[in-house]
Design a binder for this molecule. Structure first.
Ligand code: CU
Length: 498
């Protein structure tokens, strides 16, 4: 927006009581763009979160420490926002780990709210899975143990019962990357050409403070799109291939990613790691908590070209000014490119449908009382809704009979495959290991997974964190027994040496 039009917009907004340019229906639902903090897209420099160094390492394990604390940070230029951040930054630091090594991550809670840390995408033992009631109270810490069995793009985020959306919104999210030798041996872009993109929408008050408004437990829709904590950043790139590890860490917003040039995105990985082969696509539907690993090839563009990463419309995502933009790439220099996208990335053993021992049905809906539920039920810590046996293969069918919302359904513990959506094959770029399943408006999605490697109790839920909080979450029990998720409680500070 130019200065004049912005001033005009403010004047119009003042006359209209703070809302502008929105369809009447949205205004009635309480959505209002806050125009007074609008940032000109593509003016702020791109950056990536810092990579966290271990406190120490031994022959098998790297030991990390992260403190959850409040901090005043600059997200909007010239204003400060209070965040609740892992190590006080937004988003949190990136943990990079090698497959097969263990991580012990000590999370210290210096906030004044309860937290619980879930490492999303990790097959964690129940007591380290961030069970929603396994709180780290203020003044407490907990050491989480992760075995890192597979190379993939994971993320850690809060999972505290009924307050996940608020805690994550305030900043409690970060990326966790597991790599292995097989992947590193591929000629994919590496190092400075291997870039995390953590996409989160937020809304700010005029004083810079984050506005958390879940619209009567419906959704949180920001009007500012941040990438790695920067509103609509501008990244300078060379005319070569880059790898982008994309995570949608938003609370309620999904995105449909596309390039302004109309050129293809090359998808090389899904939630659970590399695909078997790259998939070219013009756009990607990216729900909350989903990850896609992409290659963008800038070699076809002349120096001076600007390529925008756009956000195409999707139903039930509130539209604000510039919500159709995510970030831009300016091709500013020439470099040789020795990277390649191999036609075979890895060997994935897809689970044959014939090996499933049963199908379970889950209807996801909003109950008449407004609560989001699965098969009519909300969360109950004493209720288990599915009991697959260890190593059993099951098909789970999620049905959304409404067009009022979409529900990205997430199962803890396992990676799975999408069999079909409304009887049709999934998008080609979804045909890899997945732990989030986009159940769109009027969609029925079948996924197939093997329940392993741990017995015990695990959560499954919608990853619209507002829905998850109230109350679209339940739990399954793998086999009999298993380790109690509450059996390794947080301890009071001070903590012993890590
Ligand atoms: Cu939902």
């Amino acid at each position: 927006m130019k200065r004049i039009s912005r001033r005009e917009a403010l004047k119009i907004a003042a006359l209209a009581g703070g809302t502008i340019l929105l369809p009447v229906g949205l205004q009635h639902r309480g959505y209002a763009q806050r125009v007074d903090q609008t940032v000109e897209p593509f003016t702020l420099p791109f950056r990536t979160p810092p990579v966290l160094n271990p406190v120490r390492s031994d022959s098998t394990t790297d030991y990390y420490q992260i403190t959850m604390r409040k901090a005043q940070v600059e997200i909007l230029p010239g204003r400060t926002s209070e965040i609740w951040g892992y190590n006080g930054i937004f988003p949190g630091p990136i943990i990079k780990q090698s497959r097969g090594r263990s991580s012990i991550v000590r999370f210290i809670n210096n906030l004044d709210v309860n937290t619980s840390v879930h490492l999303h995408g990790m097959a964690s033992s129940p007591q380290y899975d961030g069970y929603t009631l396994d709180f780290i109270a203020p003044g407490y810490y907990k050491d989480y143990v992760y075995s890192n069995p597979a190379a993939a793009n994971l993320w850690y985020h809060d999972h505290g019962l009924a307050q996940t959306a608020r805690n994550v919104y305030m900043g409690l999210a970060g990326m966790y990357i597991v790599q292995d030798q097989e992947e590193l041996a591929l000629p994919l872009p590496k190092g400075n050409y291997d870039i995390p993109l953590i996409i989160q929408d937020r809304q700010f008050a005029s004083d810079g403070s984050l506005v958390f408004d879940n619209r009567n437990q419906t959704s949180v829709m920001g009007d500012v799109v941040t990438v790695n904590g920067v509103p609509w950043p501008r990244m300078e790139v060379a005319n070569r291939k880059y790898r982008f590890r994309v995570l949608n860490a938003s609370i309620s917003r999904s995105y449909r990613l596309a390039l302004s040039t109309g050129d293809d995105l090359i998808v090389i990985g899904t939630d659970g790691g590399l695909m078997s082969a790259p998939v070219n696509t013009q756009d990607i539907r990216l729900a909350m908590a989903e990850r896609y690993d992409l290659i963008i090839d800038f070699s076809k563009y002349a120096l001076g070209t600007r390529v925008e990463l756009r956000n195409l419309p999707l139903p039930n995502n509130v539209v604000f000014n510039n919500i159709d933009k995510i970030m831009c790439f300016d091709v500013v220099r020439s470099e040789t490119d020795d990277s390649l996208v191999p036609s075979t990335l890895r060997n994935i053993q897809f689970i044959p449908e014939s090996t499933a021992v049963r199908t379970r049905d889950f209807t996801v809906q909003q109950r008449a009382d407004g609560v989001w539920v699965i098969n009519g039920n909300g969360w109950d810590r004493n209720r288990v809704d599915a009991n697959p046996q260890l190593e059993e293969v099951e098909i789970w069918r999620f049905t959304n009979t409404a067009n009022l919302s979409f529900h990205p359904m997430h199962l803890h513990l396992i990676d799975a495959h999408i069999l079909d959506r409304n009887g049709q094959p999934p998008f080609a770029y979804e045909r890899g290991w997945k732990d989030v399943f986009y159940v769109g408006e009027n969609e029925t999605v079948r996924m197939i997974g093997k329940f392993r490697p741990f017995r015990g109790q695990f959560m499954y839920h919608c990853h619209n964190m507002v829905h998850e909080d109230r109350d679209m979450m339940s739990q399954f029990q793998v086999g009999q027994g298993g380790i109690d998720p509450m059996s390794a409680p947080a301890r009071p500070l001070p903590a012993p040496r890590l």
